[in-house]
Write a protein that binds this ligand. Structure first.
Ligand SMILES: Nc1ncnc2c1ncn2[C@@H]1O[C@H](COP(=O)(O)OP(=O)(O)OP(=O)(O)O)[C@@H](O)[C@H]1O
Ligand SMILES: [Mg+2]
Length: 342
């Protein structure tokens, strides 16, 4: 134990493409979009998180909104560091501190990340005074957050559909046996919706509107038992240039998202096909667990269940499963040594 260990502040962080969550003292103290707004005249960050997200698509030439993470990894090093710093400094309990405290951090990363990308995450954390930084793979953190005992000699499958990546992993004995990470997730669903609106309704909409459509009437199948009402969408008519509105149903969005969901299904089938037989036997009973914001897509559980003939469960509060798991690991690092990335 180092001299200043008693002063070390412990935090668990899910640094996501869409959302960053931080647990401090057993509580979720940050749950914010991973966005910063920068004044490009002087490079200063003027807003972070929710405040910056409200500026998206509405900025003038001097202000730029940036999402520092892309496809689950850091794309803008400087912006991500400033964002992490801002989030940590604004944790209410730490706000009164004059200096940034030394941190012991557990941070999760996508399972398909390269060595260089992994180092970028670690360095970003070290620069915000992370003295001890431990990394954990997202699907492993999700499994722990869901409440599965990952140390048992028993297979479990996690499908974590975030903003940038979908992570599929078969987990047993505290390790990932086989996995697949693909860059088809929430952001691609949003672009699918933009493209669909342009090509089927001649309507040009912004990212924020496409995101609302996805949440309000997003679906993975065309026959839902609990169908949402159609929504009215406003944007610019591509032919006349005038503002216009159209009604959109969940069935249309299911068609718009179909190809992307098919690619997730394909990756899932490949992962299952390379799963060792003893674990496949376990999975036949345990089924699949869905986490991440994509798990909330209507009918996705049913669609994946039909495709795989396995039971599919949606994690309770799927957007927070990963950070909850990361927080559990932080509380007992010695127990979870084997799940941390060396
Ligand atoms: N009700 C919903 N229906 C469909 N998608 C949703 C819903 N709620 C949130 N999402 C989507 O989930 C995504 C965010 O999920 P999540 O917070 O798990 O991602 P992330 O962890 O930031 O990303 P990643 O793990 O890929 O780095 C966004 O694309 C968001 O649009
Ligand atoms: Mg995530």
């Amino acid at each position: 134990m180092g001299l200043f260990d008693f002063m070390m502040v412990e935090i668990a962080m899910d640094l996501g493409t869409a959302n960053t969550l931080i647990i401090y003292n057993g509580k979720i103290v940050v749950d914010s979009p991973s966005i910063v707004a920068r004044d490009i005249r002087n490079g200063k960050i003027i807003a972070v998180g929710k405040e910056a997200s409200l500026m998206q698509g509405k900025t003038h030439e001097n202000i730029k909104t940036i999402r520092p993470l892309k496809d689950g990894v850091i794309a803008d090093f400087d912006a991500s560091e400033k964002m992490i710093n801002w989030f940590i400094k604004n944790i209410p309990e730490l706000k009164r501190n004059f200096f940034t405290p030394a941190l012991r951090m557990v941070v999760c990363i996508p399972s398909g990340i390269t060595e260089v990308e992994m180092r970028a995450v670690k360095e970003s954390c070290e620069r915000v005074n992370g003295k001890e930084v431990f990394l954990i793979h997202e699907p492993m953190a999700a499994a722990i957050g869901i409440g599965l005992d990952v140390m048992l000699p028993k297979g479990n499958v996690i499908v974590d559909i975030g903003g940038g990546t979908t992570e599929i992993a078969v987990i047993a004995l505290g390790g990932i046996i086989c996995d697949s990470s693909l860059k088809i997730a929430g952001d691609v669903f949003t672009s699918d919706i933009l493209y669909y609106m342009r090509t089927h309704h001649n309507l040009y909409i912004g990212d924020a509107t496409a995101e609302i459509i996805k949440i309000d009437v997003g679906a993975a199948i065309e026959e839902l038992e609990d169908a949402p009402d159609d929504i009215t969408v406003r944007g610019r008519d591509l032919l006349t240039g005038k503002p216009k509105e159209v009604k959109v149903s969940y069935r249309e969005i299911a068609r718009a998202l179909d190809k992307s969901i098919q690619r997730i299904e394909d990756a899932l089938m490949v992962t299952l096909s390379i799963t060792p037989p003893e674990l496949a036997a376990d999975i036949y009973n345990t089924g699949l667990y869905l986490a991440g914001g994509g798990a909330l897509l209507r009918g996705l559980d049913k669609r994946l269940s039909q495709k795989t003939d396995l039971p599919v469960f949606i994690a309770e509060d799927p957007l927070r499963a990963v950070v909850r798991g990361t927080g559990i690991v932080l509380k007992d690092i010695s127990k979870y040594q084997s799940v941390l990335i060396k």
